[in-house]
Design a protein around this ligand. Structure first.
Ligand code: PEP
Ligand code: MN
Length: 258
């Protein structure tokens, strides 16, 4: 298997902006979705000043309900350009359909395949053919084997720069959105050379739980985190309960870097 340690024993590393993924502890942060220029640029400035390496800049949003905010779609690209020009920060953006792969690969420095699309095999093959690194999120019901085989589809097409991201699995928890499966971090590190990230925001769904889970993920050997941050979470157009306030994000970044 191309993803296995037997195939390649040394850790996969690749540069995105100022960070070397797989070597540094990489922080991705930003809003759940791009909402408007001011909010996005405010968030970008904030996360950059606190040391985040990559900015969340999602314009296509997969949402559980079709009545919820679906992202700005094409109207969001102008704000991505504004953030890039003003802050010179790499962007991660989700691709939700095969037809969006070219445009997302043009604007994003890191292309995300969301949890629900983890086994969208044609999409995996399509992102396997681009020259951008891919952040592949674990489906909430995927086994370790299924997760690795999803990554295998991307590597098979020639794209070797894949980040695996644990984002919570479905359990009987009635106190958090999903259950963060931290055990998969060392289990993956044992079996694969690919970098492993953790998303404590979507896993817990509650901002109060994000800092302890973020620190635990690091202690478990994760190579990086993806965090949702919003200047005023109460006004966020999606996932407001899990967005870190600027103050909590700042405190967490100090704790992670000290
Ligand atoms: C996201 O990171 O924006 C997201 C929708 O996460 P997930 O696919 O893990 O639910
Ligand atoms: Mn979100």
């Amino acid at each position: 298997m191309l993803t296995s340690r037997e195939h390649k024993s040394e850790d996969t590393t690749f540069r995105i902006g100022s960070t070397v993924v797989g070597r540094d502890f990489t922080i991705i942060a930003g809003p759940c979705a791009v909402e408007d220029e001011m909010t996005f640029l405010d968030t970008a400035r904030l996360v950059k000043s606190e040391g985040a390496h990559i900015l969340r800049g999602h314009v296509y949003k997969p949402r559980t309900s079709p009545y919820d905010f679906q992202g700005l779609k094409d109207d969001g690209f102008q704000f991505i350009m504004a953030a890039k020009e003003n802050l010179n920060m790499p962007i991660v953006m989700e691709v939700t359909a095969i037809e969006y792969v070219p445009i997302v690969a043009e604007y994003a420095d890191l292309v995300q395949v969301g949890a629900r699309n983890m086994q969208h095999f044609e999409l995996l093959k399509a992102v396997g053919r681009i020259r951008r690194p891919v952040l592949l999120k674990r489906h909430p019901a995927a086994t370790l084997y299924e997760f690795l085989m999803a990554a295998e589809y991307i590597l098979q097409e020639g794209n070797e720069n894949v980040i695996l991201c644990e984002r919570g699995i479905r359990s009987f928890s009635d106190f958090s959105r999903y259950t963060l499966d931290l055990t998969i971090v060392p289990a993956l590190k044992e079996r694969t050379h690919l970098p492993v990230f953790v998303d404590p925001s979507h896993a817990s769904g509650r901002s109060a739980y994000v800092p302890p889970l973020a620190k635990a993920a690091r202690a478990c050997g994760a190579d990086g985190l993806i965090l949702e941050v919003h200047p005023s979470p109460e006004n966020a157009r999606c996932d407001k309960d899990q967005a870190l306030t600027p103050e909590i994000f700042k405190k967490l970044m100090h704790e992670l870097t000290s």
